[in-house]
Design a protein around this ligand. Structure first.
Ligand code: CP
Ligand code: NVA
Length: 299
């Protein structure tokens, strides 16, 4: 059966552990695997990207494969061809289909018709590849994942949801502090939801934040969001409430002065640039695991 990575919980805790472990190995020896030799991976971008595009392209090349970037306007999908037909055709050519788009339903539909793995490179509700890389970063820092406490402060968005889902699979206690209007709509996995950022960060091993206005949000709402979310800014004072060894995390891009201060973003306690690098290593391990040569037929 074709395996996909759409929200993150598709990998069992054991598989997740194995992928993180493998990511660490690939980080130490980046050119040691030819898992995608002579294979092509489609990278569909219907939204902008810096980290995701660069880390997937570079990572696929390091695995001996060919990354094929397809922007919205490159595909007949943008002129009304169905998701189903797109899935059928791409599955006959490539080893995996990775996609960044808005609707999660579109990605689920693509996966339901694809005969090769589909990987979610960010949707309105999920960003599981980011969470995978973040687990690698946490494991590098603390030598383990089980029992770690991660506090996320700010907008209850796609990054928060994926941390909750993928973190739970890894045994990380995830606490999410957001104002009620910007909270995750329903409880996700085992995440602890609160509107109190100080309570969330007490004793936390890592404090995480993300932008207050995401690509899927109405830009008109930006000013209101910034006003409502400003008590949730990640600054040194908030970080001081966490464990003495706590690290600061952010998926980037950052808006210094909004959700995070420049002091934290460029300070001693951040592991943010390491997170950005770890995207490549984690995604390579994921693709290696999922995209073992698949049959090139639809039926
Ligand atoms: N963190 C992340 O996914 O960054 P990009 O939007 O630049 O890909
Ligand atoms: N929450 C952000 C993440 C960007 C990588 C967004 O969806 O725009």
């Amino acid at each position: 059966m074709t395996r996909h990575f759409l929200i993150g919980s598709e990998l069992s805790p054991e598989e997740l552990r194995a992928v993180i472990e493998r990511a660490g190995e690939l980080k130490s020896a980046p050119l040691s695997s030819d898992a995608l030799a002579k294979r092509t991976v489609a990278l569909i971008f219907q939204r902008p990207s810096t980290r995701t595009r660069v880390s997937f392209e570079a990572g696929i090349a390091e695995l001996g494969g060919h990354p094929m970037v397809l922007r919205t306007e490159d595909l007949q999908l943008s002129r009304g061809e169905s998701v189903r037909d797109t899935a059928y055709v791409l599955s006959r050519h490539v080893a995996a289909i990775c996609i960044r788009t808005g609707p999660d339903e579109l990605v689920a539909e693509l996966a339901s018709h694809a005969t090769v793995p589909v990987v979610n490179m960010l949707t309105a509700e999920n960003h599981p590849c980011q969470a995978l890389a973040d687990l690698l970063t946490l494991r590098e820092e603390f030598g383990r994942l089980e029992g770690l406490k991660l506090a996320y402060v700010g907008d209850g968005n796609n990054v928060a949801r994926s941390l909750a889902i993928v973190g739970a699979q890894a045994g990380v206690e995830v606490r999410i502090a957001s104002p009620a209007a910007y909270s995750l709509e329903e409880p996700v996995a085992e995440a602890i939801l609160t509107d109190d950022p100080r309570a969330a960060v007490q004793g936390a091993d890592a404090v995480y934040t993300d932008v207050w206005v995401s690509m899927s949000d109405d830009p008109e709402s930006a000013a209101h969001r910034v006003q409502e979310l400003s008590p949730y800014r990640l600054d040194d004072r908030l970080l001081d409430q966490a464990a003495p060894h706590a690290i600061a995390m952010h998926c980037l891009p950052a808006h210094p002065g909004e959700e995070i201060t420049a002091e934290v973003l460029y300070g001693q306690r951040q592991r943010i640039w390491q997170q950005a690098e770890n995207r490549r290593h984690a995604q390579k391990a994921l693709l290696e695991y999922l995209a073992v040569p698949a049959p090139l037929a639809v039926e």
